[in-house]
Design a protein around this ligand. Structure first.
Ligand SMILES: NC(=O)c1ccc[n+]([C@@H]2O[C@H](COP(=O)([O-])OP(=O)(O)OC[C@H]3O[C@@H](n4cnc5c(N)ncnc54)[C@H](OP(=O)(O)O)[C@@H]3O)[C@@H](O)[C@H]2O)c1
Length: 253
């Protein structure tokens, strides 16, 4: 069942590392992509792993490494667009260059990779694209100007692509993590000081990784984790009101 080739971007730590480890433990062939090659190699050694060092923020970094990954591990069955960066702080002080770099990593690279693997998946009549968006796509967070835009864009593209591909055998899973304990989440929380955002429910990477692999196997449409954040999907106005009041420190308030 797990004789598949899975590509996980941003596999050197956090959620991506947990997903790569989970698929490796299930016997999948896994291509791990990120900039920190030593970390990728350590994780890849836990099974049939193949390491690609790539900076997904480079405007012309392209997708040329996909050929090397497929030559080593076979056609890609599952593409996990997970690599991401976050900027938190007052928008008026945001570094425009950093913001546009975020858009390349969090939005344009996933779209470019999806476009690259789709023809082969469609020709084979199977495959799964997993897009790791964020709760920020459902409940935009004050103080995350570029991140909200990138994640909302990725989620919208992801949800619509699933409908477009219905009946082709190619499936799309959209993932909406709330706070999950990683370096990224800890950096954001540090900015929250003693604010109420500190007390939001926080998930763990291994549980999320199990939920994502199960969603791929069961062809579920989306994963929202921790589950309490399902509120954001069903009652977006309530969640936006809450986020606006819980996160003033993120905008320098
Ligand atoms: N943790 C949360 O609370 C949370 C909530 C909602 C959504 N998410 C999303 O979940 C995904 C993973 O987040 P995380 O919390 O695991 O973050 P993390 O611990 O900061 O890990 C981010 C990963 O992305 C990779 N990455 C960053 N910039 C890259 C670049 N230019 N080129 C290639 N790879 C790059 C990093 O690898 P290198 O540094 O080695 O390149 C790292 O492996 C992100 O898309 C994030 O937005 C996280």
């Amino acid at each position: 069942m797990h004789e598949v080739h899975v590509v996980v971007t941003g596999a050197s730590r956090g959620i991506g590392a947990a997903m790569a480890r989970r698929w490796l433990s299930l016997g999948a062939r896994v291509t791990l992509v990120a900039r920190q090659v030593a970390a990728l190699e350590e994780i890849a050694s836990g099974g049939k792993g193949f390491v690609i060092g790539a900076d997904l923020s480079a405007p012309d970094s392209g997708t040329d490494w996909v050929d090397a990954a497929e030559a080593a591990m076979g056609p890609i069955d599952v593409l996990v667009n997970n690599a991401g960066v976050q900027l938190v702080g007052p928008t008026v002080e945001a570094d425009v260059t950093e913001g546009e770099r975020l858009l390349r990593v969090d939005l344009l690279a996933p779209m470019r990779l999806t476009r690259r693997v789709l023809p082969s998946m469609l020709a084979r009549g199977r495959g799964t694209i997993v897009d790791v968006a964020s709760m920020a796509a459902l409940a935009p967070t004050p103080g995350m100007f570029y991140y909200n835009a990138a994640k909302a864009g990725l989620a919208a593209a992801s949800e619509a692509l699933r409908g477009e591909l219905r009946g082709t055998g190619v499936h799309v899973v959209t993932v909406y993590p709330g706070p999950v304990d990683t370096e990224m989440a800890q950096r954001a929380l540090a900015k929250a000081g003693d604010g109420a955002a500190r007390h939001l429910p926080m998930g763990d990477v291994d549980t999320l990784a199990r939920k994502v692999t199960a969603a791929v196997d069961d062809r579920r449409d989306r994963v929202i984790y921790p589950a309490s954040y399902g509120l954001a999907r069903h009652f977006p106005q309530v969640t936006r009101w809450l986020m606006d009041r819980l996160t003033p420190p993120f905008r320098g308030g």
